[in-house]
Design a protein around this ligand. Structure first.
Ligand code: FCB
Length: 445
């Protein structure tokens, strides 16, 4: 591959999330979140791990910002923990919670790093879950109120915001498969929850804009490159349905105020409890699209499946990460081009990365060559999409640090920086140095 220069001002960053790194789960007035409850319930998380301490970032944020500076990051995507700000999800603001994000933002700005926060990365206040969580319509308005409070407070220094991280994942995994908090296994409830989350997104976008302090508002959507298992018309149609459900269920809705035609028998609006005036609330055009992408999905038509009519096909002998996801760099080019061609909005790659378990060698260095190779090839495909005309403004690697990987606990390592959990020592991996050099040159060698 020839060398590729990135445009001046391209934002190179890293992404993290509150529950995955902060720890301090019950400090300074923070309320319990659904992930606290879920991880404290035996059997939910591999090895019984919890985020109680995680990377102890709550106490070590200065050291972590210094690491970001050493890597030369231009931007940092992190998330705000709702129960730190409103321990009960609503009502009185917990000032100490806001203070933490004040300190973090100030530290970032002093280091010349642009803060790029997400308002919800899955840690719903447990008090709201006790009233039904995302299956309760009232949650939508509480969420918008919380967003407004945070943006109003940090908005003098923070200009660009994301509403949600991966609404598809936290509704499907949280309410359908039950693999994630709150651990509910109820497909009908899951479908209703997706609609309430869409309502919340619409309300929140308006609430954030109403503060008058935000320049740009988006969401980070989970996406996968969708490929048909064969060239047959049936498989291609199945791939299109999966794209609409996986990638567009929360994007087409917020931009266009309608649900994409993903279901074989039409969108089940009644089962979702979509009311006449709802779609006007749901529609709240975003300023940019955040794409989180790790892999691809291969799908075949399946008439047995009455919902989407699809069957996921596992590709034999594919290259895989330690998390068993397929390494398929071209998927990021495909997804970016599709979203760019269909919506013409600025795009940020808000997450991309890989899990490999490499730890320190005898000499203390972490030589994660597979991760270097992964990033090299995926970033190359992002550059290719830009050459093909897509307006990509930035790229955020997942993740800065090894961290709490949800149901997998600490068994999956995604960091550019290794974390030795017992000592909380950080070691920049080979991939971290590679990323530093990429950023410094602003060029892919
Ligand atoms: C994404 C999540 C993020 C992280 C990565 C590996 O789905 O947004 O928190 O767990 O996967």
């Amino acid at each position: 591959m020839p060398e590729i220069d990135f445009p001046k001002g391209f934002v190179w960053g890293c992404a993290t999330a509150s529950y995955q790194i902060e720890g301090a789960w019950d400090e300074d007035g923070k309320g319990e979140s659904i992930w606290d409850r879920f991880s404290h319930t035996p059997g939910n998380i591999k090895n019984g791990d919890t985020g109680d301490v995680a990377c102890d970032h709550y106490h070590r944020y200065q050291q972590d910002v210094a690491l970001m500076k050493e890597l030369g990051l231009k931007g940092y995507r992190f998330s705000i923990s709702w129960p730190r700000i409103f321990p009960e999800g609503k009502g009185q603001v917990n000032q100490k919670g806001l203070d933490f994000y004040d300190r973090l933002v100030d530290e970032l700005l002093a280091a010349g790093i642009t803060p790029f926060p997400t308002l919800y990365h899955w840690d719903l206040p447990q008090a709201l879950q006790d009233q039904g969580g995302w299956a309760n319509r009232d949650t939508a308005q509480h969420f918008a109120d919380y967003c407004a409070a945070v943006v109003d407070h940090l908005g003098d220094r923070v200009k660009d915001w994301m509403i949600f991280n991966e609404p598809w994942v936290f509704t499907v995994m949280g309410y359908m498969t039950g693999r994630h908090a709150p651990g509910i296994h109820d497909p009908a409830m899951a479908l209703r929850a997706t609609h309430i989350v869409n309502l919340a997104q619409g309300l929140a976008v308006r609430a954030v804009r109403a503060t008058g302090k935000a320049d740009a508002v988006g969401t980070a959507f989970s996406m996968t490159g969708v490929y048909p298992a064969s060239e047959s018309a049936a498989d291609r149609a199945a791939a299109e349905r999966l794209h609409r459900f996986n990638n567009l269920w929360f994007l087409d809705t917020v931009l266009n105020g309608r649900y994409p035609e993903a279901y074989v028998e039409g969108v089940p609006l009644e089962r979702m409890d979509v009311r006449p005036e709802d779609m006007d609330i749901v529609k709240a055009p975003l300023d940019f699209v955040g794409i989180n992408l790790y892999s691809r999905t291969v799908v075949a038509d399946d008439p047995q499946d009455r919902n989407l009519g699809v069957r996921i096909v596992r590709v034999p002998d594919a290259e895989r990460t330690d998390f068993d996801t397929e390494v398929y760099p071209e998927a990021i080019h495909q997804a970016i081009m599709r979203i760019w061609n269909d919506y013409r909005l600025p795009i940020y790659v808000t997450e991309n990365g890989c899990s490999y378990g490499d730890g320190p060698d005898d000499d203390g260095t972490v030589n994660d060559d597979r991760r270097v190779d992964f990033y090299h090839r995926y970033v190359g495909q992002v550059a290719r999409a830009m050459r093909d005309g897509a307006d990509v403004r930035g790229y955020y690697a997942w993740s800065l640090l090894d961290n709490f990987e949800w149901a997998e606990g600490y068994s999956q390592r995604f960091g550019l920086v290794y974390v030795d959990y017992p000592t909380q020592r950080r070691i920049i991996k080979k991939s971290g140095y590679w990323y530093r050099d990429l950023i410094a040159a602003n060029r892919l060698q």
